[in-house]
Write a protein that binds this ligand. Structure first.
Ligand code: PMP
Length: 294
């Protein structure tokens, strides 16, 4: 992720990644009490553009506020410094990771003060480009009555790591987690859409992370005149779907080949997901300016 030349942003200053240190008494390290974002920059024909950067910093602020981590930064300044970070590291296509973390504190009380760091590195599509073999995970997503599931909090990702590790150990590419009602929720780091009879369906908000890519897909459906319905989806409905895909900032749009032992009948290239995948690429690369329509 970094080398001796890499520069990262920490609390208003650019510093060499190799020279930074973290406090081993930090509340974030011990309890997973931190908030983060995953953002992507694309080299477009215009310039390097960070896709939906404002939405990502808005969600970072909201994640912090939900769990009482102080968020004191000017988001326009963070946006400016994120572009500067890419320049300093000579990155064009990049993944950007801001993290708001808490200082030494061994109590279970939210801190008065937090720090922010932003790092970036070159990263291809997180789950590759081949359609995925997916299993229904034995791990459920966190219960919304136990935490704020709409907040992107570091500690929530213990659940994600458990699910992905379990799926890989069984020979699958990725896991699909259910919610506490046994409805389809999301992947460890991506949202899901299914196609049935020419319409798209995706789980309603409430028990999942409100993905920025999920939102983009919904906007693209409106532009492309594809009917999109948000509702609870059972595992039986999922397995009877014509096709399905995951979406996320790191994942982008990726087709699902199988769920457990069920192969989707629709060929990926003929699916709505493939159309969305092309539209998403065009959008992030600014080949088509859907933004004027959305
Ligand atoms: N769900 C989870 C659990 C995630 O970690 C992510 C990645 N942030 C997503 C969904 C997709 O969110 P986004 O499209 O905002 O990257």
């Amino acid at each position: 992720y970094y080398n001796s030349n890499t520069v990262i942003y920490v609390n208003g200053r650019f510093v060499k990644a190799e020279e930074t240190k973290t406090d081993l008494y930090g509340q974030s390290l011990h309890y997973g009490f931190a908030a983060f974002e995953g953002i992507r920059a694309y080299k477009t024909h215009n310039a390097t553009r960070i896709f939906k950067i404002k939405e990502h910093y808005d969600r970072l602020q909201r994640s912090c506020e939900l769990v009482n981590i102080p968020f004191i930064w000017d988001k326009n300044e963070l946006i400016k410094q994120t572009y500067r970070l890419l320049e300093l590291n000579n990155l064009k296509d990049a993944y950007i990771r801001p993290l708001v973390y808490c200082e030494p504190n061994m109590t279970l009380i939210a801190p008065q003060k937090a720090s922010i760091m932003i790092c970036a590195w070159e990263w291809g599509a997180y789950l590759g480009s081949k359609q995925l073999k997916v299993c229904v995970s034995p791990f459920q997503r966190p219960n919304p009555k136990s935490t704020f599931v709409e907040a992107k909090i570091s500690g929530h990702y213990v659940n994600s790591i458990l699910a992905t590790t379990d799926a890989k150990s069984k020979g699958f590419d990725e896991a699909l987690l259910l919610d506490m009602n046994e409805n389809v929720a999301e992947a460890p780091g991506a949202n899901i859409f299914i196609e049935k009879n020419g319409k798209l369906y995706t789980p309603s908000l409430g028990n999942i992370l409100a993905g920025i890519t999920r939102n983009t897909v919904i906007e693209l459906c409106h532009v492309l005149d594809i009917e999109i319905i948000e509702k609870n989806i059972s595992v039986a409905e999922l397995k009877k779907a014509d096709s399905a895909f995951f979406c996320g900032t790191a994942t982008e749009i990726i087709g699902i080949h199988t769920i457990d032992d069920v192969v989707f009948k629709q060929k990926w290239n003929d699916s709505i997901g493939a159309t969305i995948q092309r539209a998403y690429k065009n959008l992030v690369l600014e080949k088509v300016n859907y933004e004027v329509i959305i």
